[in-house]
Design a protein around this ligand. Structure first.
Ligand code: SAM
Length: 285
């Protein structure tokens, strides 16, 4: 039997900070569907308002997702189209939607993904760590014991490891990475696509020192990327070069502030970050 008279579930990625990242196709579909199933309707109503849209919404979060399946399927059966969105980025990626999509796919409903922002892919695309193989781990468990166990189980994995983390736990998690995974390159992507977007690069211990020198570096949303167990390719030339430059300036008696200004000018990036890095180097000499 043909399903052509049934509605479609559109899985719509939304921005992770910068509203310009919403695709024209996503904006059109959000304006055309009968209902938007949203992780948090208040949050999504701001996005819809920004787009000048007024569309009925229905909440769909981890506590009511199973119950919503029937309700939304009834709409599809009536030929209505439905959009699924989460607060930010791609639904189902550390966000609700998996149960709905699994159930509707089992019923052979039409499901169309609309690609867009996803923090892990955005972070990897600019980190300079191998991306041919990576292992996304989402959020580590909240409890310290379980977190350590998870990290220790990853110790020998060769893929780049990718984690999501909140500002409440970023320091604890970096500490745990230093203890369980040892001296490895870690790239921390913070506040992607937002005003204070920052990439920090170094060992977990070094990043903790940077945060101690500049607590702003511990604020916001994070993607943590950790080099896999076997180092492939050359040593990270750029970060070695950056540290060598700072060391040389400090050796020549240039002050931390001036060294940071020179480094920012030559290598790019924020003076503040360079300042924290120069300060740490000076203190650890
Ligand atoms: N579905 C989203 C996606 O596609 O990336 C992820 C949702 S998950 C609940 C939220 C986590 O994603 C944050 O705690 C953070 O780790 C990461 N994240 C989301 N937006 C981010 C951003 N702008 N910068 C850095 N990390 C971000």
């Amino acid at each position: 039997m043909s399903n052509s008279h049934l509605g479609t579930l559109y899985v719509v990625a939304t921005p992770i900070g910068n509203l310009e990242d919403l695709s024209p196709r996503a904006a059109r579909v959000l304006g055309e569907v009968a209902v938007v199933a949203a992780e948090d309707t208040r949050h999504t109503s701001r996005l819809l308002r920004h787009l000048g849209l007024s569309v009925p919404m229905l909440s769909l979060h981890e506590h009511n997702e199973a119950a919503r399946v029937e309700q939304l399927d009834q709409r599809l059966l009536r030929g209505e189209n439905v959009a699924l969105v989460s607060d930010a980025g791609t639904p189902l990626i550390s966000d609700p939607g998996f149960v709905l999509v699994r159930e509707l796919r089992a019923r052979q409903r039409r499901i169309v993904p609309l690609p867009g922002a996803c923090a892990l892919v955005t972070a990897l695309s600019a980190a300079g760590l191998p991306t041919d193989r990576f292992l996304f781990q989402g959020f580590l468990p909240a409890k310290a014991g379980a977190r350590r166990q998870r990290l220790e189980a990853l110790e020998l994995r060769e893929e780049t490891l990718v984690f999501y983390e909140s500002p409440h736990r970023i320091r604890d998690t970096l500490q745990e990475i230093a203890t369980s995974l040892g001296e490895r390159r870690v790239v921390l992507a913070r506040e992607l696509t937002k005003t204070f977007e920052t990439f920090l690069d170094g060992t977990a211990g070094f990043l903790l020192e940077l945060m101690a020198a500049d607590p702003d570096q511990a604020r916001g949303e994070f993607v943590i990327m950790v080099e896999g167990a076997v180092v492939r390719g050359s040593v990270d030339a750029a970060s070695l070069e950056a540290n060598a430059l700072l060391e040389a300036l400090l050796d020549e008696g240039v002050g931390v502030k001036q060294a940071a200004a020179v480094a920012a000018r030559l290598m790019g990036g924020a003076k503040k970050t360079w300042y924290a890095q120069a300060q740490t180097l000076k203190e650890t000499r």
